[in-house]
Design a protein around this ligand. Structure first.
Ligand SMILES: CC(C)(COP(=O)(O)OP(=O)(O)OC[C@H]1O[C@@H](n2cnc3c(N)ncnc32)[C@H](O)[C@@H]1OP(=O)(O)O)[C@@H](O)C(=O)NCCC(=O)NCCS
Length: 202
């Protein structure tokens, strides 16, 4: 149904980040980013992730984007070099729910990129796509990812873990749900600065 296709192309701009479509000339950056042990451990990427895997990945990404099936955007600070990826997939327009995922280049971690990207795409999913239930599925041993989830206002739902077998053994994916509304982060921050300055509560 045309109305349920996700928008393409899309660029989302937040505080210090720009989420943009993947491009074919991102291939070298994509391969060097995804051929990495933590990504192999915690995501379903093929490992080793070589040029052939990269070409297939960008092709599948493009097909999913033009088909409007998922949103899959490169995380950048200025629209140029990709530093990570954030994804929205598994959309159920009837239930108004979707799942999100993220990863960041090993050389660019711990500078807030995953949390900024997740907050920005979550806010867009709530406000522009009218998706009311946003979910993450995370192995409880993935401390980096659970920290990002918590930081962005996601909380454990208490649903039974989803068991998966992979090359690193079994994993138990907990379900996290966004419980705080993600407002426009810049407007929110400005309101909070004003509140701190003038003693108002927002
Ligand atoms: C998980 C991952 C996306 C985090 O990306 P990041 O850009 O480094 O995360 P951020 O800088 O936004 O960190 C947000 C919070 O998480 C914390 N955090 C990030 N990585 C952490 C780690 N390895 N251990 C403990 N805390 C961590 C940060 O300190 C920060 O905490 P704060 O809010 O208290 O300051 C990245 O490590 C990664 O790509 N891992 C491999 C792929 C993966 O696991 N993807 C998720 C699959 S569910």
């Amino acid at each position: 149904m045309a109305a349920s296709r996700l928008p393409y192309p899309l660029t989302l701009t937040g505080d210090g980040i720009i989420l943009r479509e993947w491009r074919s000339d991102d291939l070298d950056d994509l391969v060097s980013m995804l051929d990495e042990p933590e990504i192999a451990r915690w995501s379903p990427m093929p490992s080793p992730f070589d040029v052939e895997a990269g070409i297939a990945y960008l092709k599948r990404c493009y097909q999913n984007r033009v088909g409007g099936r998922r949103i899959q955007l490169a995380i950048t600070t200025d629209g140029s070099r990709p530093l990570g990826e954030v994804t929205l997939f598994g959309v159920d327009h009837g239930l108004k729910e979707a799942e999100l995922g993220y990863l960041v280049d090993a050389r660019e971690r711990r500078r807030g990129l995953a949390s900024s990207a997740l907050s920005l795409l979550s806010a867009y999913a709530q406000s522009s796509l009218q998706l009311g239930r946003l979910l993450l599925r995370i192995d409880s041993r993935n401390v980096g990812s659970t920290a990002v989830a918590r930081h962005c206002g996601y909380r454990l739902t208490g649903e039974p873990p989803i068991l998966q077998e992979g090359p690193y053994g079994s994993s138990r994916l907990d379900t996290w749900e966004l419980v705080e509304r993600q407002a426009d982060s810049r407007r929110d921050r400005l309101r909070n600065v004003a509140a701190r300055r003038y003693g108002r509560r927002t």
